[in-house]
Design a protein around this ligand. Structure first.
Ligand code: G1P
Length: 291
């Protein structure tokens, strides 16, 4: 078994009902955050972390993602003819960003099932999972931080964030204790998907970045439907925990839930403010609103 994390799985088969009507025809992963589709942020993070092969789990009506990460002959030829070299570089850059494979998830059976769809393409090596809805702004890419922990500790690593209050029920939640040597690392003893607030074992919520050992595939094959009647990735990792070490990791950076309208608005404002071409004008505009 190779111990290098070379492949990243992007579950992107969901219906995106939280963004209807925008997502009736357009995959939610293709909604623009400023001027880039949400999923491209995750793919760029993976590539910047050293990932070589992107595996996108798609479904019916998700074809726009395949076109996005491919050459657009007509567009490129037109841009070339018009001498728009900067835009041509943007268009070509997306097509050459990464080696991308696609697997269709034929039934919406849950996140665990979506990850399982990548079993053959990943093979017997550790791999990453990126949930494209979670957009993370960080100096060192979040996945890179986690791959470093994986190399150091040799066990699966889940990104975590502290969530106060009843909001914790929207997440997978870890049980365990902080590592004495490194307070960012959490030694897991258990985990539960979307617990009631009263039952949450800690405030450590799982965020959509994982580095996993391939054993999880076999365990997911045996995982029964759990929360919401779906095959949950959290339940597969909980089974893994009986055989191997699993760590939580409080990453350095800021996470936005771009799968949620409010989170998407927050991300839009903060990403736009950071842009050199838009930021100063947008800041002045926001100030002028006299809120
Ligand atoms: C999924 C996972 C959950 C995790 C969350 C992070 O839930 O099942 O464990 O905490 O992503 O965003 P979803 O948001 O798909 O319901």
């Amino acid at each position: 078994m190779s111990n290098r994390v070379r492949k990243a799985v992007f579950p992107a088969g969901g219906l995106g009902t939280r963004f209807l009507p925008a997502t009736k025809v357009i995959p939610k992963e293709m909604l623009a955050l400023v001027d880039k589709p949400i999923i491209q942020y995750g793919v760029e993070e993976a590539i910047a972390s050293g990932i070589e092969h992107i595996i996108i789990i798609t479904g019916r009506g998700k074809g726009a993602m395949e076109d996005h990460f491919d050459h657009s002959f007509e567009l490129d030829a037109t841009l070339e003819k018009r001498g728009k070299s900067e835009l041509l570089a943007v268009s070509r850059g997306v097509a050459t960003l990464a080696r991308v494979s696609y697997v269709r998830q034929k039934e919406p059976l849950g996140l665990g099932h979506a990850v399982l769809c990548a079993k053959e393409l990943v093979g017997n090596e550790p791999f990453a999972v990126i949930l494209p809805d979670d957009v993370i702004d960080a100096e060192v890419p979040c996945l890179k931080q986690m791959m470093d922990v994986f190399d150091e500790r040799g066990g699966s690593v889940l990104a975590t964030q502290t969530v106060e209050g009843p909001g914790i029920s929207a997440y997978g939640v870890l049980a365990g204790s902080p590592d004495p040597a490194n307070p960012r690392i959490y030694n897991c003893t258990g985990m539960v998907e979307k617990p009631r607030f009263e039952d949450a074992p800690s405030k450590q919520a799982i965020i959509g970045r994982y580095v996993l050992t391939p054993r999880v595939f076999e365990l997911l094959e045996q995982t029964e439907p759990g929360a919401g009647g779906e095959i949950q990735l959290t339940d597969g990792i909980k089974a893994l925990l009986k055989e191997e070490k699993v760590f939580g990791y409080t990453f350095e950076g800021k996470r936005f839930d771009a799968g949620d309208k409010f989170g998407m608005l927050q991300a839009t404002v903060e990403f736009a403010l950071k842009r050199s071409d838009l930021g100063p004008r947008f800041r002045d505009y926001l100030k002028s609103l006299a809120l």
